[in-house]
Design a protein around this ligand. Structure first.
Ligand SMILES: Nc1ncnc2c1ncn2[C@@H]1O[C@H](COP(=O)(O)OP(=O)(O)OP(=O)(O)O)[C@@H](O)[C@H]1O
Length: 513
């Protein structure tokens, strides 16, 4: 089915998020939509999916104008959306999730679960998905959960599929698998609109590329375009895609993590005997496939984990067992992996979010009164410095685009007196221009003598920023290696192999397990 958007305009108050946008996706085509943070990509897709009503313009499917009052209409017309945050019910099985909202009953009036199961199996077989209809969704890896979303869309005969930043939460291997799935869907005649910030992915699968900026289409590009060309078309200037940094000059030891173990709510050891030292003026990047204990490690440092054994010393003082408040007051800056859950309060304004971690020590509070003028000035400065696109500092953060929300977290955490900076997936969801800026800021923070831990599932980011790389696998550190370690070695380590001796203790432990 051919999709055509004609002159779509969507305004939020004084802001025109989409300004007469034209876009088509033919059957059997992957059309990539690129644009900087806040360019209007998600808004356009939400219009297409019936979540927002356009102020002007038309949506046509096979040349027939459509009107979608809600996602139900869009789905019935053959449009499917694969979200970044999955819309599945975690405790339901795959088949139950697939039938949810589209329940069919058998002749006797019962829910047709066998029918849903058969459908999952059939679609799974057709596309080689390998998804068990009876698996509980929350027990599946993220990449497989995403396939369930795709199956759900396909089970409703979707002919147009929208993928909105689908790889943001995937491992590199899951990303490769998704790319293969997208190609298969295309070859089967689906029209695909693909939104991503990762230029490599665009060049790998896109048949056509459209770039939008400030709500308007600014150009088309060929998939053969270089990363540099695509980047400059997106942000309107040339972008340094590699991080320029001098070799580190590490100072004294700042952080000591010694025999750290973290035990989760169901008694599993999720961080297993982790020890390392971090010096001032040094970036330790922690690489690993998502879910190998990195999140819990950073949370343990922050005081966000309850069952922690071992020791964590910052500048010689024990910080484990301390409250988060105390750890923050000790000068720890923290960028959490999940900005909406742990980094921001959506209903609060940009300015309020920028002072969230400052509480009673806040420079914006005097004798219990908030110094609004000072806060407003601070917020205005940060919005400018970090290029946070919004309608003003009193905009609720929940109304910002994903990338701009991430910049609010970064602006807040990088604007304090830091003795340690811990950043988990610092550039998730942000555009190439902003990645350049954030990477520079992280290196500058290091150069001021602050010890930095960066957790990233993106190997490009790890190798770009790291002075040393620690690789985590199943809760343990497999090895700490120099920054110039080849990617294939890092890849093996991420699968649990120790760098020099594959037959090491770790490997044997894994085999015994
Ligand atoms: N519900 C809303 N109310 C007010 N403004 C909104 C709303 N949703 C989006 N906006 C604004 O519209 C603009 C476009 O946002 P959109 O989310 O479409 O950007 P995007 O291109 O998807 O960005 P990103 O790459 O950061 O996800 C932004 O300035 C955003 O703040």
């Amino acid at each position: 089915m051919k999709l055509e958007l004609q002159g779509i305009t969507k305004r939020f108050g004084a802001l025109t998020a989409n300004d007469h946008i034209d876009l088509t996706a033919e059957p059997g085509e992957i059309h990539a939509l690129l644009g900087e943070n806040g360019a209007g990509k998600s808004t356009l897709m939400n219009v297409l999916y019936g979540l927002y009503q356009a102020d002007e313009g038309r949506i046509l499917l096979d040349d027939v104008p459509q009107h979608f009052a809600g996602p139900g209409d869009a789905m019935n017309a053959g449009i499917g959306m694969v979200h970044q945050h999955f819309m599945l019910v975690p405790v339901f099985t795959v088949a139950e999730n697939v039938m949810l909202g589209h329940e069919e009953t058998t002749f006797g009036g019962r829910l047709d679960l066998p029918g849903a199961r058969a459908k999952v199996r059939e679609i799974s077989r057709r596309f080689g998905f390998d998804v068990d209809p009876d698996a509980i969704v929350e027990e599946l890896p993220v990449g497989v959960q995403q396939r369930v979303e795709i199956i759900k869309a396909l089970s409703r005969e979707a002919k147009v599929l929208i993928f909105d930043e689908p790889t943001a939460v995937l491992t590199p291997q899951e990303t490769d698998e998704l790319m293969a799935i997208m190609r298969q869907l295309r070859d089967a005649g689906t029209a695909i609109v693909f939104i991503t910030h990762k230029l490599r992915e665009v060049r790998e699968v896109a048949d056509r590329i459209t770039v939008i900026r400030l709500g308007k289409v600014v150009g088309e590009a060929e998939p053969t375009a270089s990363n540099a060309e695509l980047a400059s078309l997106m942000v309107g200037r040339s972008v340094e895609l590699t991080v320029q940094k001098e070799p580190a000059t590490p100072g004294e030891t700042a952080l000591v993590v010694d025999g750290l173990r973290v035990i989760d709510a169901i008694g599993q050891v999720v961080v297993d005997d982790v020890s390392f030292e971090l010096h001032r003026g040094e970036i330790l990047a922690i690489a690993g496939v998502q879910g190998n204990g990195q999140t819990e490690l950073t949370e343990a440092i922050l005081g966000l984990q309850d069952r922690v054994e071992g020791r964590i010393l910052l500048d010689g003082r024990e910080i484990q067992g301390q409250s988060v408040r105390r750890v923050l007051d000790a000068g720890v800056g923290f960028v959490p992996e999940d900005r909406t859950e742990d980094g921001l309060v959506g209903e609060f304004t940009i300015a309020e979010n920028l002072m969230l971690d400052r509480s009673y020590r806040s420079p914006f509070v005097r004798r219990g009164w908030l110094k609004l003028v000072d806060l407003a000035q601070f917020a205005a400065d940060k919005v400018k410095e970090f290029d946070i696109r919004s309608q003003g500092i009193t905009t609720p953060v929940g109304r910002l685009s994903g990338g701009n929300q991430q910049k609010v977290v970064l602006a807040r955490e990088l604007s304090r007196d830091l003795r340690l900076f811990v950043a988990a997936q610092p550039t998730r969801g942000i555009d190439v221009g902003s990645i350049e800026f954030v990477h520079k800021r992280i290196v500058a923070t290091r150069d001021e003598g602050v010890p930095v831990i960066v957790v990233s599932t993106e190997l490009d980011e790890v190798t770009a920023l790291a002075d040393r790389i620690a690789v985590m696998y199943r809760g343990a550190i497999v090895g700490i290696v120099p920054a110039d370690t080849p990617r294939d070695v890092l890849g093996l380590m991420m699968a649990g192999e120790t760098p020099d001796a594959p037959d090491s203790e770790n490997h044997q432990k894994e085999q015994l397990a």
